[in-house]
Design a protein around this ligand. Sequence first.
Ligand code: CAA
Length: 240
Amino acid sequence: MTRTAIVTGGSRGIGAAISVGLKKAGYNVAANYAGNDEAAQKFKAETGIPVFKWSVADYDACVEGLKQVEADLGPIDVLVNNAGITRDAPFHKMTPQQWKEVIDTNLSGVFNMTHPLWNGMRERKFGRVITISSINGQKGQFAQANYSASKAGDLGFTKALAQEGARANITVNAICPGYIATDMVMAVPEKVRESIVAQIPVGRLGEADEIARCVVFLASEEAGFITGSTISANGGQFFV
Ligand code: CAA
C-alpha cells in the first residue's frame, strides 16, 4: 500500500531532505512551501516531487491547499510539520511583529495543518503526525524568546494530541533537531556559530539527512507503538 505524505517547508533545508527521504522510502510525497518559488521549482525539477504554495500561518489557505493535494495525490496519511522561521532578537529589542510572525508559523501553523487532516485520519484509522520542534524549544536560546516558545508549544501540542490519536491508530511525535547545516543556521553570525559548534560534543553541525531518517522511521508502520515522544537529534548538545 502506497501511503501519501505532505511535508511543510518541504522544498528547502531539512524539509527537502525529509521529502526526498520519504519518496525513497516509497511514499507519494507533496512538498508545501510558502515563499521561494525559484527554490521550489528547482526542487521539483530535480526530485519529481510536486510542490504546493501556501502559508501554513493561514488556516483557510491550509484547508484549500490540502484539498488540492488530496485531489491530486489521495488522502494524506503522513503529515510532517516542518515549516519554521526565525526572527531572532534580544527580548528588549523584540517587536510584537517578530513575536507574532514566529508564533503564527511555528506553532499556529502546526494547528492549521493538523486540524483539517485530523478527521480523515480518524476515519481511516491511520495517521502519522510528525512535528519538527527544536533543541531551542527544550533548552531555550538567547535572542529566541519567540522561537523557543513556539517550539516548546509544539512539544505540548504533540503530547496532548498523542493521547487523542492513540485509539484511532494515529501517532503524534516530535523531533528536536540541534544545529543542522541549513540556511537558517548559516544565517547566524559566523562567530556565534563557531561558539555553538564548540558546544556540540560530536564536534560538528548535523546533516539534514540525519533528521530525515528519524522522520522515515516515525512514519513507518513499525513505529506504531511510539507516540507522544520526542526524538532529540543534537550531537549530544543537550540531554532532556
Ligand atoms: N549568550 C549570552 N549573550 C549573548 C549570546 C548568548 N548566546 N549571544 C549574544 N549575546 C550577547 C552579545 O555578546 C552582545 O553583548 P554585548 O552587548 O555585551 O556585546 C549582546 O548579547 C547582543 O547585543 P546586540 O545588540 O549585538 O544584539 P543584536 O540586536 O545585534 O542581535 C543576535 C544579535 C540576533 C542576538 C545575534 O547574535 C544572533 O543571531 N545570535 C544567534 C541566536 C541563535 O543562536 N539563533 C539560533 C538560530 S538557528 C535555529 O534556530 C535552528 C534551530 O532550531 C537550532
